[in-house]
Design a protein around this ligand. Structure first.
Ligand code: UDP
Length: 473
C-alpha cells in the first residue's frame, strides 16, 4: 500500500498561553528560515482551558497551510492535584502522555518525523523520541539565565537538605548573579511540593535531549550562555547543544485592530511620554494594591496607559477569558479616572501589547517580567520597571536589573505589597532621571543587538542553521 510520506516536525508546547504561542512562533520561524524546506509542522495541543489561544490557533490554521494542530482528548484531573499553576500544567501533561504517544505513532505512519520539539514542561514525553528513533529537543521559553538555573537545579538539590524558603541566604550558580533564596519561583521554594519534584525530574532530562532551543540571543545573556556551553551548569553530565534563536516574539496579535482604543489614544500623546503598565496573561492584583498603583501614578504626574483586571476571586480559573471585565469606577479611588483623564488611559483586561510597545508615544513599561514581555520590550527598545509576580519572574528581575541593566527594580515589602510611594518614585525615575536614561540607552543598544542577531550573519540566524542541520544528520 503506497502512503505519501512527508517530512514533518512535531512540536509539543505547554498549553499555558505564553508558552503555546511561543512554540507556534518557533514553528513559523523554522518555516520562514528555509522556504525551500518542504516540511509540515504538527503541533500537539494538550487539553487545557487556555482561553485566548483559540483565536490564535484559528488565525494560524487559516493563514499557514503547513502548520496543523493535533488536539489531544480531554482528561480529568484528580481532585488531589491542588491549585499550584505549575503543578496543574505538569499534571495535565503527565495524564496526556499516553495520548501524545498515540499521536506520535499515528503521525509517523504518514510522515517522516525529522525532530520532536517539546516545551520543557513536556519532559515526560522525551522518551518517545528515542523509542521512535527521532531526535528530541527542548524549547526553553524563558531566558538563558533561567535555563542555567534549571540545569543547575539537581546540583543545588544535592548540596542542601533544606527548602529554598528556609535557607535565607544568597545562592551562587554559574553564569548568573547571586540570587536570594526567597527569590526562587514559589513552585520550587518548598521541597515537599509536587512541583519541586517535577522541576527536578525535568532538569535530569536536559542531558538526554538532542539539544535545547532557547528564546534569547547571544549579546543579551552572554555570561549565562557561556557558563552553559562550558558545561558548568550540568557539572555531572554532558550538556547538549544549545541554540539561542531569539528574540522570537509574536509577529501579530490576532486581536490587534488598527482601531484599538489604546493605540488610538496613544496617537494623541507626545513622543516617548507614556508609561505602559501591563502584567502578562495571569497577573492579578488585590483591590488594595490596585488603589495603591492608582495613587502612585496620579502623584507621579506621568502620562500612563494601564491595563487593569479584576482582583483574584476564590473561584479562580487560569484562563484570562474566564475573568469578567472589571468595573473601574468601583475598583479605583474615587474620582481617579476623572482627575487623570487628560494624561492617562485605563483599559480593561487586555491591550495589544506588542503594538503598544512599538508605538512611538510609549517611553517606559512596568512589567511583571514574563519572558515574552521582556523580549517584546527589548525588541521595541522600551526600558522597564521590573515588578515580578509569579513563576521565574523574580529571577528575571535580577537578570534585567543587575546583569543586563535594562530595568529598574520595583521593590515590594515581605508580603509582596508595593506602596504608592514606590510606584511614584520608580515611574518618575524611569521617565526622568539619570539612572532612567542609562537604562534607556542600554535597552536601545539591546534592541539594535537583537535586530543584528536575527539578520543575515547574526548569531541567532547562525544558531537556526545549526539547528536545522542537526536534525538533517
Ligand atoms: N499580552 C498582551 N496583552 C495583555 C497581556 C499580555 O498582548 O494585556 C501578551 C504579551 O504581549 C505577551 C504574552 O501576552 O506576549 C504574555 O507572555 P509573558 O511571557 O510576558 O507572560 P505570561 O503571561 O506567560 O506570564
Amino acid at each position: 500500500r503506497a502512503v505519501a510520506i512527508d517530512d514533518a516536525l512535531v512540536l509539543f508546547p505547554s498549553p499555558a498561553i505564553g508558552h503555546f504561542i511561543s512554540m507556534v512562533e518557533l514553528g513559523k520561524l523554522i518555516l520562514n528560515f528555509q522556504p525551500s524546506l518542504s516540511i509540515h509542522i504538527l503541533v500537539i495541543s494538550a487539553p487545557y482551558d487556555a482561553g485566548s489561544s483559540t483565536s490564535y490557533i484559528a488565525d494560524v490554521a487559516a493563514t499557514i497551510p503547513s502548520i496543523y494542530f493535533h488536539h489531544l482528548p480531554t482528561i480529568t484531573l484528580p481532585s488531589t492535584t491542588g491549585t499550584h499553576p505549575e503543578t496543574l500544567i505538569f499534571e495535565v501533561l503527565r495524564l496526556s502522555n499516553p495520548h501524545v504517544h498515540q499521536a506520535l505513532l499515528s503521525i509517523s505512519r504518514t510522515h517522516k518525523i525529522n525532530a520532536f520539539i517539546m516545551d520543557f514542561f513536556c519532559f515526560a514525553s522525551l522518551s518517545f523520541a528515542s523509542q521512535l528513533n527521532i531526535p528530541g529537543y527542548f524549547f526553553y521559553t524563558s531566558g538563558a539565565g533561567s535555563l542555567a538555573t534549571s540545569m543547575y537545579f539537581p546540583t543545588l538539590h544535592q548540596n542542601t537538605t533544606k527548602s529554598f524558603k528556609d535557607l535565607n541566604t544568597f545562592i551562587h550558580m554559574p553564569g548568573v548573579p547571586p540570587i536570594f533564596s526567597s527569590d526562587f519561583s514559589s513552585a520550587v521554594s518548598d521541597r515537599n511540593n509536587k512541583a519541586y519534584e517535577y522541576f527536578l525530574d525535568m532538569a535530569f532530562c536536559f542531558p538526554k535531549s538532542a539539544g535545547i532551543i532557547v528564546n534569547t540571543f547571544e549579546l543579551l545573556e552572554a555570561r549565562a550562555l557561556k557558563a552553559i556551553s562550558d558545561g558548568l551548569c550540568i557539572p555531572n553530565s554532558t550538556t547538549p547543544p544549545v541554540y539561542s534563536i531569539g528574540p522570537l516574539i509574536v509577529t501579530k496579535n490576532a486581536s490587534d485592530g488598527a482601531t484599538d482604543q489604546s493605540l488610538t489614544w496613544l496617537d494623541s500623546q507626545p513622543s516617548q511620554s507614556v508609561i505602559f503598565l501591563c502584567f502578562g496573561s495571569l497577573g492579578l492584583f488585590s483591590m488594595e494594591q490596585l488603589r495603591e498603583i492608582a495613587i502612585g501614578l496620579e502623584r507621579s504626574g506621568q502620562r500612563f496607559l494601564w491595563v487593569v483586571r479584576n482582583p483574584p476571586s476564590d473561584n479562580q480559573s487560569l484562563a484570562i477569558s474566564a475573568h469578567p471585565d472589571p468595573n473601574l469606577n468601583a475598583l479605583l479611588p474615587d474620582g481617579f479616572l476623572d482627575r487623570t483623564k487628560e494624561r492617562g488611559l485605563v483599559v480593561k483586561s487586555w491591550a495589544p501589547q506588542v503594538a503598544v510597545l512599538n508605538h512611538n508615544s510609549v517611553g517606559g513599561f512596568v512589567t511583571h517580567c514574563g519572558w515574552n514581555s521582556v523580549l517584546e520590550a527589548v525588541s521595541a527598545g522600551v526600558p522597564m520597571v521590573a515588578w515580578p509576580l509569579y513563576a521565574e519572574q523574580k529571577f528575571n528581575r535580577l537578570m534585567l536589573v543587575e546583569e543586563i541593566k535594562i530595568a529598574l527594580p520595583m521593590k515590594e515589602d515581605e508580603n509582596g505589597f508595593v506602596t504608592a510611594l514606590e510606584v511614584e518614585k520608580r515611574v518618575n525615575q524611569l521617565m526622568q532621571s539619570e539612572s532612567g536614561n542609562s537604562v534607556r540607552e542600554r535597552t536601545i543598544a539591546m534592541k539594535n543587538a537583537a535586530k543584528a542577531a536575527v539578520s543575515e550573519g547574526g548569531s541567532s540566524r547562525f544558531a537556526m542553521s545549526r539547528l536545522v542541520e542537526s536534525w538533517k544528520r
